[in-house]
Write a protein that binds this ligand. Sequence first.
Ligand SMILES: NC(=O)C1=CN([C@@H]2O[C@H](COP(=O)(O)OP(=O)(O)OC[C@H]3O[C@@H](n4cnc5c(N)ncnc54)[C@H](OP(=O)(O)O)[C@@H]3O)[C@@H](O)[C@H]2O)C=CC1
Ligand SMILES: CC(=O)[C@@H](O)[C@H](O)COP(=O)(O)O
Ligand SMILES: [Mn+2]
Length: 414
Amino acid sequence: MHTHGEHHAQTAPRQIILLGSTGSIGTQALDVIDRARLEDGSPRFEVLALSAGGTNPQLLATQAVRTRAAAVGIATGDGAALQEMIDDAAAAAGVRGYRPEIVTGPDAATRIAGWSAPGPGIVVVLNGITGSIGLAPTLAALKSGALLALANKESLIVGGQLVKDAAAAGQLVPVDSEHSALAQCLRSGSAAEVDRLILTASGGPFRGKSREQLADVTPAQALQHPTWSMGPMVTTNSATLVNKGLELIEAHLLFDVPLNRIDVVVHPQSVVHSMVQFTDGSTLAQCSPPDMRLAIALGLAWPDRVAGAVPACDWTKAANWTFEPLDSQAFPAVELAKTSAQQGSTFPAVYNAANEQAVHAFHEGRIGFLDIVETIERVLGEHSANPQLTLDSVLDAEGWARARSTERLALISR
Ligand SMILES: NC(=O)C1=CN([C@@H]2O[C@H](COP(=O)(O)OP(=O)(O)OC[C@H]3O[C@@H](n4cnc5c(N)ncnc54)[C@H](OP(=O)(O)O)[C@@H]3O)[C@@H](O)[C@H]2O)C=CC1
Ligand SMILES: CC(=O)[C@@H](O)[C@H](O)COP(=O)(O)O
Ligand SMILES: [Mn+2]
């Protein structure tokens, strides 16, 4: 058993369990893992297990051979077919005798999240799954005692206090760039010194547009993020500002700061990743070019930094950073998220589930861009929360919200 959050000179590689290895976070994590070295030049991280959904089994097989992961999970698809792909990838790479354990089925990521390392040492689970399907793996990782590097914000938001209660002090490390920034700014000093948290938002591809102009934007335009290259769900959420709404709730849960002391400011350059304002009028900001490998590396090595994780800002070059208020008329998603968090209980789970359903419908061309947040608002308005927050009540609320959203989306479908 190790104590989370204490600095110790790292002498042995950390064992990494990577959930969502084929995605944007997952592939960037593998790049960090490949490059990071201990002082003696040996690998700083080793991959213990990988898991993915199943849309790209070939990539998963290649990753398995490259990392020699002991276990490989896949949610959909055939284990035998994956084994064959791994055998072929191993043969192509000249690797002999590599036979990982293969875990298949809807609970594969949950089983992989709790995978035991063969020896002592620190295990880190990086949850890079998209969507609230990541909740059970998050809970399994926390139960196993591993450090949880959390990119999958949805699991914390929908699980709320359940996830917080499952986490030991310092066991949950945020990987979301804003929350990694806040965690870095909060590393010293007491909670009493903190006045406000300031979350930065790029504003997305539609910054500056009116509601009228937003009515006709297309899915392809919504996927053109101005500063980050990410998976389609979080990119769309950035366009609607739902991502910032989710991140407001995430910050409130992670740092125990009341919702009315967390602000959102639009910063189109995405270099200041977030800020903490202290009671004496001082503000600390964390700055780096928009590259998730910084937050991923810090999450994997927490509380230590990984030298050379990303190139730093070039302070010899002229640069302009700008800040502007969020247009809440055009983008009501943040206010809606705040209200859902104030209502508490299962409301944030409903906010997220309705959004996930609506985003899929938008990308299928069935609804317009503005219908996404309008659907969340409608479904939240019809929700009667169960005052008891349990895993069952969260899953029930999500099931209800998905069904209710599906009905509404069918009614408004083009
Ligand atoms: N990308 C980024 O830069 C950032 C992402 N985040 C957050 O990180 C998370 C991941 O985002 P991102 O990497 O962009 O998403 P992607 O869509 O790029 O990747 C999602 C990954 O999850 C996997 N997956 C989907 N369903 C399952 C399942 N049931 N079991 C196991 N794996 C599954 C996918 O597998 P398959 O390939 O088979 O579909 C894929 O590997 C999200 O919560 C996002 O909000 C936060 C900050 C920045
Ligand atoms: C990189 C990251 O953390 C994303 O969640 C990012 O925040 C998206 O950018 P915006 O939501 O600010 O557009
Ligand atoms: Mn973010």
